[in-house]
Design a binder for this molecule. Structure first.
Ligand SMILES: CCCCCCCC/C=C\CCCCCCCCCCC/C=C/C(=O)SCCNC(=O)CCNC(=O)[C@H](O)C(C)(C)COP(=O)(O)OP(=O)(O)OC[C@H]1O[C@@H](n2cnc3c(N)ncnc32)[C@H](O)[C@@H]1OP(=O)(O)O
Ligand SMILES: Cc1cc2nc3c(=O)[nH]c(=O)nc-3n(C[C@H](O)[C@H](O)[C@H](O)COP(=O)(O)OP(=O)(O)OC[C@H]3O[C@@H](n4cnc5c(N)ncnc54)[C@H](O)[C@@H]3O)c2cc1C
Length: 620
């Protein structure tokens, strides 16, 4: 049989409504229709071809990216695409590009941190792309430690200007995407100094290049930082270096939504938390979580198609050999990744809602949910990107030697995706932010302040610290409330244990440093609980379509029980479940794998089929 026949054979046996499943994946019928239409638009346009990307020199790749960006912009204007359609188009073009930083960080930073007048001045030019901006925060010396940035913005009351300066080599801006070759402007982060006093890090809009001849303006040294990991991949982006030699900008180029400097040089803090200066990072982290399921689904799609077609061993009487997807080991490596794609999809949808909610609250001066939103975006960004990067590499191995070929699509997918574990906050550093939030929550438990939202379960910690799981048979693990309680008990117990151990240190900061590994693990447990609970909430919604809900229930159980199996040590050590119950969970997981493949042989392929259009790379 030909490869296509194998696929057709598997698809023929579908037992659920594929059209409805597509809508579940997209989030709504309208979102599905937009995605489908824009995917066709990109696939049928030769300018957007990408089969030669890994063979191009850096220079040609960069030219190709400029051509695609210009063509995309032309099509967006000609077809009057909405914001949603334009961002879908960017997604299907599937190439890191300077416009990501312009639309994804420069504009949101002005919207989030600029005052009314600043928004009116800068946004119309940015929306028309008459100016192109990047987000220049990280320096050679400091990325994670934002408070450690060294670039200075010193107010000169004589001229009503700020003097932007790079006082040391380590203060050179280093990494910003779009900076190296393209941007005309940058949103830079620098230490604000007025009257000799340092007021910490704030955002400033600085013009870098002439709008006439694109040459750097006086006092600006700017360039590209060079080749990055992999061929093609992130090399389409002009990550750059930037130095300032006493560059003067007008006072109103400091973003003044969070704090202000008056004409007299007086520093004034608005009535809003200073953390709003970090708001753009929260916005992008939320977007990165939404994107994780897309990258993961591409990898899973490639590995699944390969696993169906590939045959090794087991031929009887000259018959066909065994499809590798039939091997239990292949299933136990692949199916949890498929389930994770759905889990990340649903938690991404929820995070988008949470972000919209906090934005509305902030507009009404309600800052109460900001710490939780910071913890959720940081934690989910960390857990979903780490899992996705690992999963892409696992998918490469699932395709044997063929996975190592560029033509499989997997090496480039990995090389493009893996920096997501570092940018927008190193994943470990972000987990430690979640841990701080959890420790604060635990320390306030006795104070009468009721934890709400994603930490509401901590309010039941008295019960969770002593509850015992009631599972007696493998099928008991199929009950969502049993799974949820096990995840809650594990998360609560790990956090409470860390909090107790912190008390053994005279100095909290020293304790935090010594217990950082345990704290990061407690943060992972908390974030995995959020993902599990949002999957359950999704299943409680009305999901139309024959058999669709049933398939999602199977995937939910695969996701949760595979995590339980992987982190069995945590679950058993926290005392909620016994080793025997852990073994029953594993038994159930094995049965689920068989169910995915044998009771419903088409399930897997159909789900993957939905994602096929996302897959523009050459595959098998
Ligand atoms: C093809 C062409 C198409 C054409 C056009 C199409 C149109 C397209 C449309 C759309 C496209 C959009 C695409 C978007 C996609 C974007 C792609 C992005 C690419 C990625 C590029 C990468 C960029 C970057 O990496 S930017 C740099 C990021 N840097 C970091 O993340 C640094 C990490 N470090 C930190 O965040 C912090 O410094 C820290 C939190 C780790 C340290 O904080 P700490 O030491 O505690 O410091 P402090 O400042 O004192 O904080 C204390 C308290 O503040 C709380 N807190 C910290 N952070 C936050 C926060 N963000 N929000 C709220 N609260 C915060 C912290 O918890 C402490 O609280 P406490 O209560 O006092 O304990
Ligand atoms: C492809 C790419 C694109 C980027 N785009 C941009 C951009 O457009 N604009 C921009 O401003 N920046 C950008 N960055 C920079 C990025 O945000 C930083 O690299 C990131 O925040 C990590 O900071 P760092 O490089 O200083 O890492 P470091 O902080 O030096 O991390 C090194 C190691 O130290 C560990 N570590 C650091 N601090 C702690 C701690 N407190 N506790 C425990 N461990 C710790 C980390 O876990 C890591 O293992 C980009 C980076 C990449 C790779």
């Amino acid at each position: 049989m030909e490869a296509l026949d194998y696929h057709a054979e598997e698809r023929r046996k579908a037992e659920f409504d594929v059209e409805e499943m597509k809508i579940v994946w997209a989030g709504s019928r309208q979102a599905y229709e937009i995605s489908d239409r824009v995917a066709r638009l990109v696939a049928s346009d030769p300018v957007f071809r990408k089969d030669n990307r890994t063979m191009l020199s850096r220079k040609d790749l960069f030219k190709d990216t400029l051509r695609k960006a210009a063509h995309a912009w032309k099509r967006i204007i000609e077809l009057r695409l909405s914001e949603e359609e334009a961002s879908k188009l960017r997604f299907f073009v599937d190439q890191p590009v300077f416009t990501d930083l312009h639309w994804g960080m420069f504009i949101p930073a002005i919207k989030g941190q600029g005052n009314e007048e600043q928004q009116q001045k800068w946004l119309p030019m940015a929306y028309k792309m008459q100016i192109i901006g990047c987000y220049a925060q990280t320096e050679l010396g400091h990325g994670s430690n934002v408070q450690g940035l060294e670039t200075t913005a010193t107010f000169d009351p004589e001229t009503d200007e700020f003097v932007i300066h790079s006082p040391t080599l380590t203060s050179s801006k280093w990494w910003p995407g779009g900076l190296g070759k393209v941007s005309t402007h940058a949103l830079i982060y620098a230490r604000l100094i007025t009257d000799g006093q340092d007021h910490g890090v704030h955002g400033f809009i600085v013009q870098l290049r002439s709008l006439d001849d694109h040459l750097p303006l006086p006092g600006i040294t700017v360039g590209d930082i060079g080749m990055k990991f992999g061929s093609g991949a992130y090399n389409s982006m002009d990550n750059g270096v930037l130095r300032f030699d006493h560059v003067r900008i007008l006072r109103d180029q400091m973003l003044m939504g969070v704090s202000q400097v008056t004409r007299e040089g007086k520093f004034m803090q608005s009535d809003v938390p200073r953390q709003l200066v970090y708001g753009t990072m929260v916005y992008v982290r939320q977007k990165i979580v939404a994107d994780a399921s897309c990258a993961l689904s591409r990898a899973v799609c490639i590995a699944t198609r390969y696993s169906v077609v590939r045959r090794q061993f087991g031929s009887h009487n000259g018959g066909p050999e065994t499809q590798v997807i039939d091997y239990k080991t292949q299933q136990s490596r692949l199916f949890p990744l498929l389930a994770s794609a759905y889990a990340f999809r649903f938690v991404g949808e929820w995070l988008k809602w949470l972000y919209t909610d906090v934005t509305q609250r902030l507009q009404a001066s309600d800052f109460s949910t900001l710490p939780e939103v910071h913890a959720c975006t940081a934690g989910l960004k960390s857990v979903t990107t780490s899992a996705t990067a690992d999963a892409i590499e696992e998918c490469r191995k699932l395709c044997g030697g063929h996975g190592y070929l560029s033509s499989s699509g997997l090496p480039e997918l990995f090389a493009v995706y893996v920096p997501a574990c570092t940018y927008e906050g190193d994943n470990v550093v972000l987990l430690l932010q979640v841990a701080r939030f959890l420790m604060k929550t635990v320390s306030q438990l006795g104070s009468g302040k009721k934890p709400v939202g994603t930490i509401a379960y901590m309010g039941r910690s008295e019960h969770l610290l002593q509850c015992r799981c009631e599972v007696e048979r493998a099928e008991d693990w199929l009950k969502p409330n049993v799974i949820l309680e096990a995840f809650e008990a594990r998360a609560a117990r790990m956090s409470v244990t860390c909090a107790k151990n912190l008390n053994n240190f005279a100095n909290q900061e020293e304790g935090f440093a010594q217990l950082a590994t345990d704290l990061a693990e407690a943060a992972v447990a908390h974030v995995q609980l959020i993902i599990v609970s949002k999957f359950i909430e999704k299943l409680q919604q009305d999901i139309p379509g024959k058999g669709v809900k049933r398939q999602l229930e199977i995937l939910f159980n695969v996701y949760a029980l595979s995590l339980l199996h992987k982190h069995l040590g945590d679950f058993v050590a926290s005392g909620c479940i016994t080793p025997k119950q852990g073994a029953l969970a594993n038994e159930q997981l094995r049965l689920l794998y068989s169910q995915v493949h044998f009771d419903n042989p088409s399930l897997l392929l159909y789900m993957v089929l939905l994602l096929e259009r996302l897959l523009q790379s050459t595959s098998f």
